[in-house]
Write a protein that binds this ligand. Structure first.
Ligand SMILES: [Zn+2]
Length: 67
């Protein structure tokens, strides 16, 4: 068994740097319920891991998110 202090899961090179996560989501009782991802640019949150590869709301915006 070989584990490094940096973690054994390298970050995908193609992930959107503005999307953070996975964050732990909790149910009404404060128990772990799910993971979610969040776009720091527009605030979109999703449980879909595909969000880390690019925020659909920012990425699909005509003229770019800063226009
Ligand atoms: Zn976004």
């Amino acid at each position: 068994m070989h584990t490094s202090p940096e973690g054994d899961r390298p970050a995908p090179a193609d992930r959107d740097p503005h999307v953070t996560g996975p964050h732990a989501g909790y149910d009404r009782y404060g128990r772990f319920d799910h993971y979610y991802y969040r776009c720091e640019r527009c605030g979109l949150e999703s449980t879909d891991p595909a969000l880390v590869r690019g925020c659909p709301r920012c990425g699909d915006a005509p003229g770019g998110p800063d226009a």
